[in-house]
Write a protein that binds this ligand. Structure first.
Ligand code: Z5A
Length: 216
């Protein structure tokens, strides 16, 4: 049992995970809590190198689906041992932008690998680092994509390998997340992310406050 808390943000692309993570962190820091923000894939030197391979074929070729799973898990295992567990052990809180539910949603529900197999590999990668709360920001695929397209319009970067998947893939991912929220109600909190950022942030804060600061 560690002293800190691990909160993860999940959801389809364009759900607003990074935006909401930043807004939650501001509220937690105002309470004097030490926060470590990190993301997946990435968050360590090894993880960021893997991110380049996974998203932009930095190794010069696309990973096959089996390699893709293992690369996400390798990035995760490193992040847990190097960043997350040490922070939790000293009492810091960790806010992570995507975590193991992304593998279950994208590689399990999305790509079609057995969901139970993804969960078994997830457990191997993270050991005892299970989130205290997972906030699922639910957005429909077309709105999520519109948001990303708007952001992309101002940037030189092109869509990454997984973003470029077919609409049906992203729809399976969304439905997969909704299924995970039903399966693990003790850990998941689902928030309607198809609204302006501020009311979403208020809902997220209410959920976190009720769970971890019941005194108000
Ligand atoms: N992946 C996987 O397959 N398996 C795994 O195990 C893991 C990941 C860990 C990581 O990409 C990719 O890897 C991801 C899943 C896969 N691929 N997909 N698709 P990433 O980290 O680069 O991207 P992402 O995690 O998908 O995040 P994102 O799409 O960039 O978006 P976001 O963090 O959810 O949203 P945001 O950055 O906060 O906002 C996106 C834009 O919308 C931005 O311009 C905001 O200003 C705007 N925004 C945010 N909130 C709102 C609201 N409420 N209204 C209007 N506009 C908004």
């Amino acid at each position: 049992m560690t002293k800190g808390r691990l909160i993860t943000f999940e959801g389809p692309e364009g759900a607003g995970k990074s935006t909401q993570a930043a807004m939650l962190i501001a509220r937690l820091e105002a309470r004097g809590i030490e926060i470590i923000y990190t993301r997946e894939p990435g968050g360590t030197k090894l993880g960021e190198a893997i991110r380049g391979v996974l998203q932009y074929n930095a190794a010069g070729e696309a990973p096959c689906p089996e390699s893709e799973v293992l690369l996400f898990e390798a990035s995760r295992a490193q992040l847990v041992r190097q960043v997350i567990l040490p922070a939790l052990e000293r009492g810091a809180w960790v806010v992570c932008d995507r975590f193991f539910d992304s593998t279950t949603a994208y590689q399990g529900f999305g790509r079609g690998f057995p969901v139970e197999l993804m969960e078994t590999i997830n457990r191997f990668a993270v050991g005892e680092a299970v989130p205290d709360m997972t906030i699922l920001l639910d957005v429909n695929v077309s709105l999520g994509m519109q948001r990303c397209a708007k952001r992309q319009a101002g940037q030189a970067m092109k869509y990454d390998r997984i973003e470029s998947e077919a609409l049906e893939f992203h729809e399976r991912v969304r439905q997969g997340y909704l299924e995970l929220a039903r399966r693990y109600p003790e850990r998941f909190r689902q928030v309607d992310a198809m609204r302006h950022a501020e009311p979403i942030a208020d809902d997220v804060w209410r959920l976190v406050r009720d769970a971890f600061f019941p005194e108000g």
